[in-house]
Structure formats: C-alpha cells, structure tokens
Design a protein around this ligand. Structure first.
Ligand SMILES: Nc1ncnc2c1ncn2[C@@H]1O[C@H](COP(=O)(O)OP(=O)(O)OP(=O)(O)O)[C@@H](O)[C@H]1O
Ligand SMILES: [Mg+2]
Length: 310
C-alpha cells in the first residue's frame, strides 16, 4: 500500500509527544489508575458514563464550576481510553477549521499549489489519524459554527479537506472527544440545542468533604506537615465560601493550592509544621480572585479560624 503523506507528516510531528500505553477500558481499574498515577479521585460512576458514551461514539460534555477537575480528569480519561495522550484544544472566539484541521504553508502553496505537500495538518486531524482523543476545553468560548463543525466530525468520524479532495476517516475507537464548560460563566456563549442533543452531559460539582479531604492527602506532600485540625479549618472555609454569593467560589484546585502555598510559606520560614498564621497568610492571595470578594473571604476566614473582627 502506498504510504499516505499526510499520515506520515502527522506521525513525524506528533507521535513522540503522545506516548503509548496499554488502554484501560475497565472503569474499576481506571479509578485505581487515576488515583495512583494521575492523583485524581474520580467516581466509578463518572468513568462508567464516559466510557459508555465512547462505546456509542458520543462526545461527552463536562459541565461544572471552576476548579472541579474537569480539564485534568478529561485529559486523563481520554488517555486511558485511547492508550495515548489526547490533544487539547483551548477554545477561543476566533478558532476556525484551518486552525484545528489544517492549513497551507503560504510559500509552498504559492510555488506548488494547494496540495498534500503544502498542507500542514493540525491537531484535530492528527487525533483522528493517530487514533487518540481530543479535549476541547471551554467550549462556550468558541463560536456556534465551530461547535457545529466539531459535532459533524465527531458524529461521522471523518474529516473532509476539500482543497485536497480527500476524506480522512477515524482509524479506531481511540478518537473520542470531551468538551468542558462552565455554565456559570456569564461572559460566554450559550450552547446550542443541536449541540446539547448530541453530547452526553456529565455534571461536575464540588466533591463531598470526605472526598476533598482525601484529595488533599493525595495531592499535598507530607512536609511541612499540615496538622489535621488545620486541614479541617481549610475545608470548612472553602465549603462556607461556596455557600456565599461570590463572583469566584473556590474550587478543589484553590483548596489544593491554598494547602501547598501554606506549606511553602512555612518551609520558607524554616518550620517543619504549617501554622495557622501561615494558612491565613496564604488565604486571601489564593481564595480572592476578584476585588469585590475580598471582604467576604476575609470575614469567613476570620470566623472559621476563630479571630474576632478588629
Ligand atoms: N477529583 C480531583 N482529584 C484530584 N485533584 C483534583 C480533583 N478535582 C480538582 N482537583 C484539583 O484541581 C486541579 C485541576 O483543576 P482543573 O483545572 O482540571 O479544573 P477545571 O474544572 O477544569 O477548572 P476550570 O473550570 O477553572 O478550568 C488539580 O490540579 C487538583 O489540584
Ligand atoms: Mg478547565
């Protein structure tokens, strides 16, 4: 069989970065590997739903508040399913098919025409040809045309490049798509009905407190040590803040960063144990993302940590 020049280009450009591992398509095993290797705590329910969608060739939409692991969990699940790292497409308003499927090298195209020689394959086409997944991050930031183009490709598992008069088809079950979105972000576009009809939606929420306590254990090293009472105060603080009306509520990502920053502050002072004042020092820098939240966050931290307002 004649070698396909586009496939060769894709292999040459991307194969090394994707790596290769045995796919893991058993949800129970995947949950274990996610914790051990990726330091991600994911419920068997979420893994099962995602895998069931993949078995039906359906893209998955992860929706939920910031910092709840949508992006990292999406990437990890695509990797386990395909046995290769996925491509990540961070969306923006001006994304179009040339940026994600492929475009033409202007100089080569001028000299040799719009053909396979001047064509530069991009990530979505590469994922299709290399049989791996795509994480489309923050889909609401893209235009409706872009969303429709993606859905058409995922539905039919093929990409048409008219200039080359070619249809590229998926080569195996590894080509799957996960979208992420934060519905609370009002600055972003709505998702169309057509889009929502086709995707399998998986809702993300803040994890229950005992799960978040385990995430802290898995994500944050033992040194400098954070006393368990202090961990509880941090958990209580973020949980209270999530119940308040803030423009930015702390996710698990902020909780983990808060713990790590407190450790670094303690370590810079030469301490082997994190103190309450280290945690308070880190608190507003990590938990306040917007000026208007400052007062509420400081008040809650003081309440939880047992300081009177001065
Ligand atoms: N289930 C989890 N297990 C382990 N760590 C988690 C989990 N959920 C969140 N985290 C923490 O949050 C970080 C990942 O957050 P990620 O960026 O994936 O969230 P996101 O939901 O995509 O947020 P955003 O909406 O801001 O993009 C991890 O690095 C980790 O510190
Ligand atoms: Mg994200």
């Amino acid at each position: 069989m004649k070698a396909d020049p586009i496939y060769e280009k894709v292999v040459e450009t991307y194969k090394d970065v994707l790596g290769s591992r045995e796919p893991i398509r058993n949800p129970i095993l995947a949950v274990k590997v996610l914790e051990r290797e990726f330091k991600l705590l994911v419920s068997e329910r979420v893994v099962t739903l995602v895998y069931a969608a993949f078995m039906n060739g359906r893209p998955v939409l992860f929706e939920g508040p910031p910092g709840t692991g949508k992006t990292e969990i999406g990437e990890a699940l695509l990797e386990l399913w395909a046995g290769k790292k996925p491509f990540v497409l961070p969306c923006s308003e001006n994304y179009d098919e040339y940026k994600v499927i492929g475009d033409f090298h202007p100089l080569i195209a001028m000299n040799k025409g719009f053909n396979e020689e001047s064509f530069i394959p991009r990530t979505l086409l590469a994922a299709l040809l290399l049989d791996t997944g795509v994480l489309v991050d923050e889909i609401r930031r893209s235009s409706e045309e872009f969303q429709n183009m993606l859905l058409d490709i995922v539905d039919k598992r093929r990409i048409i490049v008219p200039e080359l008069k070619r249809v590229f088809r998926a080569r195996g079950p590894g080509f799957q798509v996960i979208f992420t979105s934060n519905p609370e972000d009002i600055a972003q576009n709505e998702l169309s009905d057509a889009f929502l009809r086709r995707v399998v939606r998986v809702k993300f929420t803040y994890p229950p407190r005992e799960v978040e306590a385990r995430i802290l254990k898995v994500r944050v090293d033992g040194r400098p040590q954070i006393p368990s009472g202090l961990r509880d105060l941090m958990l209580e603080t973020v949980n209270r803040l999530r119940r308040m009306s803030l423009s930015h509520k702390p996710g698990t990502a902020e909780l983990v960063l808060w713990a790590k920053m407190s450790q670094s502050i303690a370590s810079l002072k030469g301490a082997s144990v994190v103190s309450v004042s280290d945690a308070i020092e880190a608190a507003s820098s990590v938990l306040v993302k917007r000026f208007e939240d400052e007062e509420v966050v400081e008040k809650v931290v003081k309440e939880v940590f047992g300081f009177e307002e001065s």
